[in-house]
Every structure is written in structure tokens, then in C-alpha cells.
Design a binder for this molecule. Structure first.
Ligand code: AKG
Ligand code: FE2
Length: 361
């Protein structure tokens, strides 16, 4: 067995502090510098898992301009690559997506400004539960979790209704523009994914009510952590929704689980990282599995990530698409997307995957 980290051997193990008392891990990290982290943030006890870094360069890359090409063969090739990426990986990078570098930078800068606002100024956005349109908070599920995670977040419902914090000035405007452009990219990807399953291009959009679908705009900030070998930014989880499109500030930290190994995601410049999420697994009847991922930490740089979760319409009944289960057994229950949240909250509190609750034996 590996020798335990020295912090465990010390008689002065740092105190357990509850994330709700800490409020903002950024403010806490700013105030505490290099002091040992509270022991309530120890989520890695056996040392970090091995990382299969030789596989990092195998994460698929989809050229969006080929997917939207008028040339039938180029489009067909892109669709087949997309299907392969969803089936074999559940994560891929999208290049040439058409969202300008300038807009992406503006969103990132404003997002940073938001997290840099004094704690008092952000109090009005404090987390009031899963259905609140704007929620600012820390960790993962502070009220239910046994250990905490080194991250602050802002989560905003940006579709079908657009909500957004009114500060810092200009954030709302660039976020609106970005949110709509991301939805358009997600919509085109969903059409390609539909085709890759042998369905009509609009089939998944219509079945999931995508054009009135939920979008959650998340801004994560992971401050430098003095003991990154002991804590995590986010625990292993899958995302709700159909497709998550994520952009980060150039500091690595996202890892995905592929064939039971953790792999660092090293994004190409200006690309979008796309994750297959739970509802895509369900509608594809398990052909495209939602990807397990987590966020690790470093002790030097602030990491920021901006994932936008694009899901079905809340009132839609979501289960395997009927065309796919004409010749095979449905592997998942059908439930209203709105009710899925209830199941998800309970499953997460019990530390289970929500899909386990929806799987039919
Ligand atoms: O920070 C990251 O790269 C991952 C964020 C994430 O998985 C999430 O917010 O659900
Ligand atoms: Fe996630």
C-alpha cells in the first residue's frame, strides 16, 4: 500500500469545515493561501489514479464545417465520424464551429469578472434550489455530500426563457449571444447524431422537443488548491441533458473515464468539448453512453470552465426513440424530463448514477 499523505500522519489534521459555511471556495482560498486544506475536502484517499495519457490524443475531433457541408459525401463522412465518436467515446472536440474567438474570450473574461465580484455582491444569486433560474454556490451538492469539492459555480437557466445576472455590466449581453450560438451548434450536432442512428435528421429534435428544450449555462471556477493531490474540483459524474458543450480557459483539469481509465482532455485551441449526456443515452437506447467525467485541480492556476447543458423540453416524456425499439428491447424507462430531475437529485444524494434508476433489467 502507498504510504499515506503526510497530512494524515500529522496530529494537527486540519478541521472539517462545511462548504455551506465556507460559501465561496475562491474567497476561502484567497484568504488562506498555502495553508492545509480543510479535511472535509479530502476526496482522494489512495493517491491519484493512474492516468492513461497515451490515449489523450485519441479523443475524436469533429470538423463542424464538414457536418454542415452541402457536399453529400463530406457530410456523410462527418455523420459517420460523429456516430463513431458518440459510440466509442462519448466525448469529442468540435473545431470550425463558427463561434468567434472574440465572443468566446468575452464570455470567459466576463465570467471571470463575475467570480471576482466581492462575496456580498453575489449574495443575491445564492443557491435557492434546482429550479431557481440563477444559482451561485460552491462544491457539488453541499447539503447532501459527505466530502466537498474545490469549485464555485454559477448555474443559469438560459432557455427556453433567458435568465442571467445583471452584473458585471455586459455579461448578460455576451452570454445571450453565446447561449444562442451554442444552441445552434448543439442543434446541428443533434441532427447529425440522429442521422448517424439511421433516423431522419429531425427525429431526435422532434422527439425531445429540442426547440423548446432546457439549456443550463454553467460557469465553474476552480481556484488553485494547495493540496491538489487530496481534493477534486468535481467528483465523477455524468451530465443531464442531451449534449454538453464546454469551453475552458486553457488550464487543464477535465478528465474522462474511458475503458475504466482516466484520461486528460487537452482541448485544441478554441474548440468546443462535447459530452454525450444522460438523455442522449436514453433516447439512443444505450447506443451512445453518457460519459463519466470529473475535474482535477492544480496548485498554480485558476481554472475556469463554461459548460452549457442542452436538453429536452421539460414536459416531454423521454425514453428510447420508438423507431429504435421496433426491433430491440427498450433498455430504459420512459419518464418526463422534469421528473428526471427529481430522480437525479435523490440518486446523487445516494451516490448512485441516475441512469441506474432508469435502466430496465
Ligand atoms: O470543469 C470541467 O471541465 C467539467 C465541468 C463539469 O463537468 C460540470 O460542470 O458538469
Ligand atoms: Fe459535468
Amino acid at each position: 500500500m502507498a504510504s499515506p499523505p503526510t497530512i494524515y500522519a500529522s496530529s494537527s489534521k486540519p478541521p472539517k469545515l462545511h462548504a455551506s459555511d465556507i460559501g465561496s471556495i475562491k474567497a476561502f482560498a484567497d484568504a488562506n493561501g498555502l495553508s492545509p486544506i480543510p479535511s472535509s475536502y479530502y476526496s482522494i484517499v489512495e493517491g491519484r489514479d493512474d492516468v492513461a495519457d497515451h490515449l489523450a490524443s485519441s479523443i475524436p475531433v469533429i470538423d463542424f464545417s464538414l457536418l454542415t457541408s452541402d457536399h453529400p459525401q463530406l457530410h456523410a463522412n462527418a455523420v459517420s465520424q460523429l456516430g463513431k465518436a458518440c459510440a466509442e467515446w462519448g466525448i469529442f472536440m468540435v473545431t470550425n464551429h463558427g463561434i468567434s474567438e472574440k465572443l468566446m474570450e468575452e464570455v470567459m473574461n466576463k465570467a471571470h469578472e463575475f467570480h471576482n465580484l466581492p462575496v456580498e455582491e453575489k449574495k443575491e444569486f445564492g443557491d435557492k434550489g434546482p429550479w431557481a433560474p440563477i444559482r451561485h454556490g460552491t462544491s457539488f451538492l453541499p447539503q447532501g455530500e459527505k466530502v466537498h469539492y474545490w469549485r464555485d459555480h454559477l448555474k443559469v437557466l438560459t432557455f427556453p426563457q433567458f435568465n442571467f445576472p445583471h452584473k458585471p455590466p455586459g455579461f448578460k449581453e455576451v452570454a445571450y449571444d453565446y447561449s444562442r450560438k451554442i444552441r445552434a451548434v448543439a442543434r446541428t450536432l443533434l441532427q447529425g447524431i440522429s442521422e448517424s442512428l439511421g433516423l431522419e435528421s429531425k427525429a431526435l429534435m422532434e422527439f425531445t422537443g429540442f426547440d423548446s428544450g432546457l439549456q443550463v449555462f454553467i460557469v465553474n471556477l476552480y481556484p488553485p488548491c494547495p493540496q491538489p493531490e487530496l481534493a477534486l474540483g468535481l467528483p465523477p459524474h455524468t451530465d443531464q441533458g442531451l449534449l454538453t458543450l464546454l469551453y475552458q480557459n486553457g488550464i487543464g483539469g477535465l478528465q474522462v473515464n474511458h475503458d475504466d481509465k482516466w484520461i486528460n482532455v487537452n482541448p485544441l485551441p478554441n474548440c468546443l468539448i462535447v459530452n454525450v449526456a444522460d438523455q442522449l443515452e436514453v433516447v439512443s437506447n444505450g447506443k451512445y453512453k453518457s460519459i463519466l467525467h470529473r475535474a482535477i485541480l492544480n496548485n498554480k492556476h485558476t481554472r475556469m470552465s463554461i459548460p452549457l447543458l442542452n436538453g429536452p423540453k421539460l414536459e416531454k416524456e423521454i425514453g428510447p426513440v420508438p423507431e429504435l425499439v421496433e426491433k430491440e428491447e427498450p433498455l430504459y424507462k420512459t419518464i418526463k424530463y422534469r421528473d428526471y430531475f427529481q430522480v437525479q437529485q435523490q440518486a446523487r444524494l445516494a451516490n448512485k448514477s441516475v441512469l441506474d434508476e432508469l435502466r430496465l433489467n
